[in-house]
Design a protein around this ligand. Structure first.
Ligand code: HEC
Length: 179
């Protein structure tokens, strides 16, 4: 074998190798492109994936402003599952909500995280001075609304569909949690 033949063999060998690498890279990008248009699109359309996304981007609170209807705003927290939606009875059933359910439905939006200066449920320091005012004052403030130093507590938390007794029961529940 002469050096010439060696060189020729080497050149051909490198050419074939180069073509193989180019084909491999091309297949890789082709597969990427295809999966982006088929598999990825398919996954993103899956209702379970969409439900999880809704859950992640759901707003933490629904602000209730006295005199304004906030029912058009999305409900706070994760999107309700089919069962939860079925269990959460329509407006007619607000009459037989227990105190903690009233709290969860009407008060937690502000009082769970302390939105707008609301005293947080279970925060003894924030509640002790308020509890000292007596149950009647607390209930009146919750039922009729009240502007305090920390912020504005809307009448019945903006839920005029609740009865005075229900709001009073929710106040009782909140007071119990702070003791
Ligand atoms: C829009 C937010 C918001 C919602 C909803 C809300 N609260 Fe409040 N609440 C406040 C704020 C703010 C304060 C603090 C007012 C202050 O003392 O400055 C407060 C204070 C209170 C107090 C203490 C009053 C006092 O005299 O110290 C009670 C009791 C109370 N809320 C009960 C409730 C109940 C019961 C509900 C549900 C039916 C509710 N709140 C819903 C914002 C809210």
């Amino acid at each position: 074998m002469s050096t010439d033949q060696d060189r020729q063999f080497f050149d051909t060998f490198m050419l074939v190798l180069g073509i193989l690498v180019a084909v491999a890279v091309a297949i890789y990008f082709l597969a990427q492109g295809m999966s982006a248009r088929t598999q990825l699109a398919f996954i993103q359309e899956d209702p379970r994936v969409q439900a999880r996304v809704d859950e992640r981007i759901a707003s933490m609170v629904r602000v209730a402003v006295a005199g304004e209807d906030n029912s058009h705003l999305p409900a706070p927290g994760p999107a309700p599952t089919a069962q939860a939606a079925a269990a959460a009875a329509p407006a007619a059933a607000t009459a037989d909500l227990t105190a903690d359910q009233v709290y969860a439905a009407a008060c937690a939006a502000c009082h769970a995280a302390g939105v707008a200066g609301a005293p947080i449920l279970g925060d003894q320091a924030a509640w002790s001075a308020r509890i000292a005012q007596g149950m009647d004052t607390l209930a009146t403030h919750a039922i009729d609304g009240y502007q305090g130093e920390a912020g504005y507590m809307p009448a019945k938390g903006g839920r005029s569909d609740l009865s005075d007794e229900q709001v009073r029961a929710a106040v009782q529940y909140m007071v119990e949690q702070a003791q």
